[in-house]
Design a protein around this ligand. Structure first.
Ligand code: FNR
Length: 428
């Protein structure tokens, strides 16, 4: 409390607003139109984004008084990962749109604030580099299940070697949703090479790129999405080209690959777009996962209670109840509403995380009271990044945790386990 309010007594204002509307407004001004559209945008007409917020509005906290709660313990453990507070940073792909080396800056911010970050498959930096920026603070790795099973294994192996403490498999994005704002700006970030460094730093992925390049030399450029009027500059040989691409992505992690019209980077982007996910993903695929990793397995993007039950019955360790921040299916159920139904269906012991719509410490309090073991923060940390780099990310996290702490102290809850449904009433 002292740390939060003392700068104000000296007339100092924070670089990153604590008011969430102001945070959004300021971030919007700091970001390019394309970056804002990609980060803030939702699927279709945006009803799911709105529903995520509206769901929080339907619950109210009933504070108690004279409870003498002058000390609070916000720490908790999720799947063996120790958390200073029940909060993690959600995976965000293509954050390179917002800042160079975005993933490393986010990792530094998460480390400063002392909470884990879930690295995205579509990060702008190789995971090994982001892992070292975590400097010992735990992190998880989020996987998009590629249609190339070799790549799935390669990514899992790298995540394990880099020290990830859990594997999060995102299931709601087997295809990119109907993103009207990006479509109308003609600005799918991945088509410009943002968010593919995790792939271009992967040996199996580069093997696939080399195969594509080899096919293009024998089969012609046109069928591969390459511009047939440009000569294919493969004098260095296919292997050399791939190595050059690898070094571009290593030298400029987080930056757009230069010159996407030239064959090597273009082939990488085309390969990425073809195989980043698998629209045919099914329970049969999932059944193979337990033997493929020693890490706890978390499924992200579950909204139906039957899917939740089936996943947990099949040996999955935890779920993230999420609609991807309203970015995938317009007119989708709010994540918080799904959390209530799923918690009821799976009982008190299952580990459930929530994201989509969490903005403040009070939101986090409500999510925990409704049965989440922890929550993940998506867009707000990207806004912090846009405003003040790693320090901005840390400021956004600190604000959420500080408000949770204050809320607990004012309501009368000494620890996370004490945040229960009895403290809430449905709004009249
Ligand atoms: C995401 N999200 C996401 N999820 C995931 O599993 N892998 C990813 O690569 C991405 N990429 C991504 C990029 C951007 C710019 C955003 C905003 C979101 C979804 C994310 O992890 C999370 O589910 C939502 O952002 C949570 O909702 P809020 O907090 O943004 O409302």
């Amino acid at each position: 409390q002292d740390a939060i309010y003392r700068p104000g007594t000296l007339g100092l204002t924070p670089r990153v607003p604590t008011d969430t509307d102001a945070l959004e407004r300021r971030a919007r001004r700091a970001m390019s139109r394309r970056a804002w559209a990609y980060v803030a945008g939702g699927a279709g007409t945006g009803t799911t984004v709105d529903a995520n917020r509206a769901a929080f509005d339907r619950w109210q906290v009933v504070p108690r008084v004279l409870h003498g709660t002058d000390r609070r313990d916000l720490s908790t453990t999720v799947l063996g990962t120790d958390l200073a507070a029940p909060l993690m940073l959600a995976p965000v792909g293509a954050a390179a749109l917002v800042a160079p080396d975005a993933d490393v800056r986010i990792a530094e911010g998460a480390h400063t604030a002392g909470i884990p970050y879930v690295f995205s498959s579509q990060g702008g930096c190789p995971m090994e580099q982001t892992a070292s920026a975590m400097a010992g603070t735990p992190f998880w790795y989020q996987l998009y299940w590629s249609s190339d099973e070799g790549l799935v294994d390669s990514m899992i192996g790298r995540a394990e070697a880099a020290g990830a403490q859990a594997l999060v498999v995102t299931l709601d994005t087997t295809m990119l949703g109907w993103r009207t704002q990006d479509l109308d700006l003609g600005s799918l970030p991945f088509a410009r090479g943002q968010g593919i460094a995790q792939y271009t730093s992967d040996p199996r992925f580069m093997e696939l790129v080399r195969e594509r390049l080899a096919a293009s030399t024998s089969g012609g450029a046109a069928g591969l999405g390459l511009d047939p009027r440009r000569p294919l500059r493969l004098a260095r040989g296919v292997a050399g080209a791939a190595a050059a691409l690898l070094s571009i992505s290593r030298a400029h992690p987080g930056r757009t690959l230069d010159n996407l019209r030239s064959p090597e980077p273009r082939a990488a982007v085309e390969t990425f777009l073809d195989i980043y996910s698998n629209p045919a993903l099914s329970w049969e695929h999932l059944a193979t996962l337990r033997e493929r990793t020693r890490l706890p397995i978390v499924l992200k993007g579950v909204l139906h209670e039957d899917d939740a039950r089936r996943a947990l019955d099949s040996g999955v360790d935890a779920l993230v109840v999420s609609n991807h921040g309203g970015r995938q299916v317009d007119r989708s159920i709010a994540a918080l509403d799904a959390l209530v139904t799923i918690r009821e269906a799976v009982g008190p012991e299952a580990t459930l995380l929530l994201d989509s719509g969490v903005r403040t410490g009070a939101d986090l309090f409500v999510a925990l009271a409704l049965g989440a073991d922890a929550a993940l923060l998506g867009r707000p940390h990207v806004y912090g990044l846009a405003l003040d780099g790693a320090a901005g990310v840390a400021a956004v996290i600190d604000a959420v945790i500080a408000e949770l702490d204050l809320t607990m102290g004012l309501v009368g809850v000494p620890d996370i386990a004490g945040i229960t449904r009895e403290l809430l009433r449905p709004a009249p």
